[in-house]
Design a protein around this ligand. Sequence first.
Ligand code: AMP
Length: 267
Amino acid sequence: MTRESSLGLVPTMGALHAGHLSLIRRARSENAAVAASIFVNPLQFGPHEDLAKYPRTFDDDCAQLECEGVDLLFAPAPEEMYPRRHGIGPQTMVDPGAIATRLDGASRPGHFIGVATVVAKLFHIVQPDRAYFGQKDAAQLAVLRQMARDLNFDLELIACPIVRDPDGLALSSRNRYLSEAERRIALAIPKALTHLQMRICDGERRSSVLLREGEAEVRAQAGLALDYLEVVDPDTLLPVAEAVPGTLVAIAATVGNTRLIDNFIAA
Ligand code: AMP
């Protein structure tokens, strides 16, 4: 697809921040037109998760998208995406299989079925040539790459680097849940990852050692509950014994009621 006629899509759940905007700018630079979507997808939230209180800042999001020169915004209501027919909600789901049970999929059962289903629908509705996703959600990227391959979506998936605040915390719509004290606690997440990145640079590639050290760093931080720290293949999300170049080191941890994720790709 030539740049002159191509369409780039940036799917989001709104509450936009500079991470989202980096995806939009990348899409802008590589396509003739850019579409963004804002949809807080109920299918990807578990029953005890934050669907109801997920930040919704629609007017502010629209202003930012306009500033960035986005050509088209798709912001459907839940009933539009998932109409009830004969009194029942959506029945057909996209199940990515085993990969959907790894990393976040292990702690959030059904999450990636919800993600794959909504993204498949967005791809069909918007028909982009390229779709842009953040490396921040590394497991999501792996699931969607597999889905696009398995279901023959005729588009390119583009992974964009993680955007961070100056203190190192990866930007996330959920950061606005954090109190000042919680935010300070959350900084142990990028700190642990930086430590592991440096250990890998210094030549320590054994996953067992990296995991032991990383887990010790996180557990030393009071108020931070580790959900997972894993050294995995970035395509299958299966654990690997050594962090070779390209290996994904991913973490999820909870501060108060806020679950945060972060990762890096080993050099
Ligand atoms: P969300 O609105 O959280 O579903 O995110 C929409 C897209 O923005 C996803 O592809 C995310 O991976 C991406 N994204 C979220 N946070 C960041 C970040 N800090 N840096 C880069 N991309 C991000």
